[in-house]
Design a binder for this molecule. Structure first.
Ligand code: SF4
Length: 203
């Protein structure tokens, strides 16, 4: 994993302020604001997505758009209480391109994921989760420090050098792009992946 810049982040408020001011990659210039994670500290499970979307960028909260609603439904179906999790993203600003008045999501480049990785590591250090979920390839790359194809690894726990386990699965936005006739099966497969983490919530 890359060397982290010399800074001290001791609270989520400090992380928010630091990422707001960050211009370590070009995305910071175009987004409305940075969006850091929200949820329970010392959560049994921290879920990490790719980057804020259009709604997240405008509202300043993670997973509040269509993909977030789908994630909430999948967590419920998997028996994972959302209020006991922490949800965040690998990249803290929204990358998009304008088509007319519409802001169309653009995937972050590898160098942008790498630039933002130290903020995610700060966040993990603050949250101190029991385990992690990588929602999609960007999160898997950031959390594991290497390219990790989702289809070959989904539903599996992979270890990080710090000992934290990472459950790999799709980003919920991928389900929104599935053909309507295949959507229910894709949703069930996503829930099946998430169920691998359900044991963390049994008392
Ligand atoms: S996306 Fe991350 S690295 Fe890039 S400017 Fe925003 S906070 Fe900084």
């Amino acid at each position: 994993m890359p060397e982290r810049p010399d800074h001290r982040i001791t609270s989520l408020a400090a992380l928010r302020a630091a990422t707001m001011a960050c211009r370590e990659c070009p995305i910071g210039e175009i987004a409305t604001q940075s969006v850091i994670g929200e949820g329970r500290l010392q959560a049994p499970l921290m879920l990490v997505g790719e980057q804020p979307g259009d709604q997240e960028d405008l509202q300043g909260h993670p997973f509040v758009g269509p993909a977030g609603k789908l994630l909430a439904r999948a967590l419920q179906a998997a028996g994972i209480p959302r209020e006991q999790t922490f949800v965040s993203n690998a990249v803290k600003h929204f990358k998009f391109e304008l088509r007319g008045k519409r802001r169309i999501h653009k995937s972050p480049a590898v160098r942008e994921i790498a630039a933002c990785q130290h903020w995610l590591e700060d966040e993990i250090a603050l949250v101190r989760p029991g385990a992690l979920v990588a929602l999609g390839a960007t999160a898997a790359r950031s959390l594991l420090g290497r390219a990790t194809p989702v289809n070959a690894n989904r539903g599996q726990w992979l270890p990080r050098p710090d000992g934290l386990q990472v459950l790999v699965t799709l980003h919920p936005s991928a389900l929104l792009r599935v053909d309507p006739e295949d959507r229910e099966a894709a949703f069930e497969a996503f829930v099946h992946d998430l169920r691998q983490a359900q044991r963390l919530f049994r008392s």
